[in-house]
Design a protein around this ligand. Structure first.
Ligand code: PLP
Length: 425
């Protein structure tokens, strides 16, 4: 049996042996709040990592607090609830703007606040068909009472990269004190991220997306907003913002993983971009391939075609889409839609792991809220598959995906076609 071709790296990544070793090395070293030598070593490592992260995103610890959390779900919740609670205490009505393509941990957090706070209102900003949030649409949603804007940097399903610097600029032009939050889980370590330059006041990171351990994340919050910021958990650690003994082995492993990922960032991006180009070219040699904008604009639809859920000219442009992410769909115009979970299952049986929609969604029958927000037709949502790579992905793995994907797309097409012919007789 061939090894597994793992192409679901936006869901989670493998932890290489050196990172596992680092995790073991930081095990049994004591409580970082204690005063013995090994404990002090842990506390110093945590501080070093904080400073490293701040500098990696173009800022300093004097400007931003870096709080280690149990992952980005917690970071998102901590920042959003913290800002919303600060404002709620003032008593006046307030308004929040959220992009409709956020991760569920952001959308549900905002909905939960909305359900419990009568003075709060929310506007959702939809994405374009290419998957991007337009700065002008964010600007149009802002009201005089807006206190918070949440817009992710890169989307986990489509890989679309939002022009977050421009979005922050239009937000701050409307209200200097509006808190600009960005879920940077999929962008950190993959594309350049500069919090100060981009005007981001709060950001979240998850280390299991970067070859680190699951259950370790970070929240970065501009210090100017910390006065009156409610503690997530009461205690003395993390300057009282999140109490609880730090996950030393996890943080140590995350530090090692992040150092490697950042050192290889440009090389990895180029490797993934080249693989994506190969994927698109080889698919195109085996089946008709089109981009979403061309598909939407075409009057005549082919009986079977592969649609890249990304703008044609920009699909391999790493400033528009994450280099290693590609969302594609089987468009079957022959009586019934293609079934993405069948494609995924057949690929899995052949040792190729991909995902359908958001990884968190795979158990639900609902279409992806991201694709819905983009206005993707149901037929394409039914056939949508996400391929997400990492620096370890090989051309052979991509070829195995292409072969399995085309085989299953053709099989589903032939079944419908022969069923239709039998029905005609
Ligand atoms: N935000 C985005 C964009 C994600 O892709 C994920 C992971 O799926 C999360 C947040 C949640 O991260 P974690 O698994 O660390 O809670």
């Amino acid at each position: 049996m061939a090894t597994i071709a793992y192409l679901d790296n936006n869901a989670t990544t493998i932890m290489p042996t050196d990172v596992v070793r680092e995790m073991i090395a930081w095990t049994n070293q004591g409580n970082p709040s204690a005063s013995y030598a090994s404990a002090k070593k842990c506390a110093a490592m945590i501080e070093r990592f904080r400073a490293f992260l701040a500098s990696a995103v173009g800022c300093t610890l004097a400007q931003y607090a870096v709080v280690f959390t149990s992952g980005a779900t917690e970071s998102n919740s901590m920042i959003l609830h913290g800002i919303i609670e600060q404002v709620r205490r003032r008593g006046a009505p307030f308004h929040v703007v959220v992009s409709a393509i956020e991760h569920k941990s952001v959308l549900r957090c905002v909905q939960d606040a909305l359900d419990g706070i009568p003075t709060m209102s929310v506007s959702y900003v939809r994405a374009t068909v290419s998957g991007h949030i337009r700065p002008e649409d964010v600007a149009a949603a802002i009201k005089p009472t807006t206190v918070l804007v949440a817009c992710m940097h890169a989307n986990n399903e489509t890989g679309a990269i939002n022009n977050i610097a421009e979005i922050s600029r239009v937000v701050k032009a409307r209200g200097r004190d509006i808190f600009m939050f960005s879920d940077t889980v999929q962008s950190f370590g993959k594309i350049p991220l500069r919090l100060c330059d981009f005007g981001i006041d709060g950001a979240s990171i998850s280390f299991h997306k970067l070859h680190g351990p699951p259950g370790v994340g970070a929240a970065l919050i501009r210090r100017a907003y910390l006065e009156g910021f409610p503690a997530l958990l009461h205690g003395t650690q993390s300057a009282g913002l999140r109490g609880g003994t730090e996950n030393v082995p996890g943080i140590g492993a995350a530090f090692a993983a992040t150092r490697t990922v950042l050192a290889k960032r440009a090389e990895t991006a180029e490797h993934e971009r080249a693989l994506k180009e190969h994927l698109i070219a080889r698919l195109g040699a085996l089946a008709p391939v089109t981009s979403i904008d061309a598909y939407m604009g075409a009057r005549e639809k082919l009986e079977l075609q592969i649609v890249l859920i990304a703008n044609g000219a920009n699909v391999a442009d790493s400033t528009q889409y994450l280099p290693g992410t590609l969302m594609l769909s089987v468009a079957k115009h022959i009586g019934s839609s293609a079934c993405n979970s069948l494609i995924k299952d057949k690929l899995e049986a052949a040792g190729v792991i991909v995902s359908v929609g958001s990884a968190c969604n795979t158990k639900s029958k609902e279409h992806s809220h991201v694709l819905q927000s983009m206005g993707i037709p149901t037929l394409l949502m039914d056939g949508a598959i996400r391929v997400s790579m990492c620096g370890y992905t090989t051309r052979e793995e991509i070829d195995r995906f292409i072969d399995g994907f085309i085989r299953e797309a053709n099989r589903q097409y032939q079944i419908t076609k022969s069923g239709r012919e039998i029905a005609k007789k």
